[in-house]
Design a protein around this ligand. Sequence first.
Ligand code: GDP
Ligand code: IMO
Ligand code: MG
Length: 428
Amino acid sequence: MSIAAIIGMQWGDEAKGKIVDLLSEKADVIVRFQGGPNAGHTVSFDNKTFILHHIPSGILRKNKLCIIGNGVVIDLPGIIDEIDGLKRDEVGVDENLLISEGAHLIMPYHKLLDGASEKTRGRMKIGTTKKGIGPVYADKPAYKGIRICDLMNERRFKEKLKFNLEEKNYLLENLYDIEPLKLNRVYKDFLNYRDKIKKYVSNTREIIKKLVEENKNILLEGAQGTMLDVDHGTYPYVTASNASIAGVSMGIGIPPKRIDRIIGVVKAYTTRVGKGPLPTEDKGSVGESLRKIGKEYGATTGRPRRCGFLDLVVLKHTCWLNGVTDLAVTKLDVLDRFEEIKVCTAYRYKGKLMGDFPTDTELLSGCEPVYRTVKGWMEDISNIKEYVRLPERTKSYLKFISDFLKVDISIIGTGKRREESIVLKDFF
Ligand code: GDP
Ligand code: IMO
Ligand code: MG
């Protein structure tokens, strides 16, 4: 038995969905532990493409138990749509999905406040997905959150909703000039949603404890990426949850030392959607080519992603923070047509070399990447199934990354489809 976690090493969209799908084949259970509908995880096989937002990507494999932990924030109309969409595609959901009764609900006021706050931030705009993520997570430590178990009790739900609406409507009306929400309307809508999702709601902490005791193979599906982690990312240009391995214990209730393997997912170059510093961003033809070849448009919002070459200063920081045991390097095929590939190995700040990732985000904005340039392989690698058959220059690129980070590369992505992968190690 084994517990393996899939964690994004950059700013999200590293192709975690594809890696989770690959490893789900041999897993018994797949668990999401943080984030919410801000995530968009793409899985492609048999000429079909699915994008998952709340539901673990393992749902697309037959008879895999999929659990949404207490650390995930849930948009009920969103997850109901997601479930209905999967059912239309004949994916078995009812037998395989469990949702934690401890998960916090994204309420309509969270979405309105997210959008309104972004509008008023001006230069300090974050570029959020406007799904209400910041406001819903903020209500948790402020003791104002509404959890799924609250919704299961009508009296308690109404009481909490009323209490919240008094404050949130005040803000909406007086600060943002937005029409206040009506208690009875929201209450009725949520009772309808409750009826549709109650069959999935469980005490998932106890279920996961049992699964661990039964020695099941458990795959943990991270959302976003470590550079968006609220504590260790490029604050305030982050998301509101702990997207690093630290989110696991909080988000599902297992002791940290039970996690056996931590697989860091690294895109072979860098992307970011939303605002905030991105040292290796290329605003010229390289960035444009990466976006075009890599089809770098957000899976949740459709926004173009900002692109640039790989940043090893970021990866050194995120590999250490997460205690990464293995790397999955994805989208390597996107570099097939680059005559020269650059890799950032340090930053230069005010003329001085800097090898460590700074905490001060404004300082990071002033950092210039220091690059090492290597020759590209100029070959199509998408059909290659064995590591030894990769072009020598591709192998050197991978070796350089692995040596620099002192972590083995165990999975390589050579295309978006399930079979376009080279797997060098078994995890379960
Ligand atoms: P996630 O949020 O980390 O799951 O990643 P996204 O699904 O948002 O973005 C990854 C995108 O890259 C999706 O469109 C995938 O279909 C695609 N993709 C995944 N792996 C590969 C790969 O190895 N090569 C190429 N070319 N595309 C890939
Ligand atoms: P997956 O799981 C990429 C970004 C947003 C914004 C910042 C805050 O698909 O990798 P939020 O709506 O969370 O308050 O937005 O975080 N962001 C993501 N970027 N991939 C994601 O998820 C993201 N989830 C949030 O673009 O910059
Ligand atoms: Mg994504």
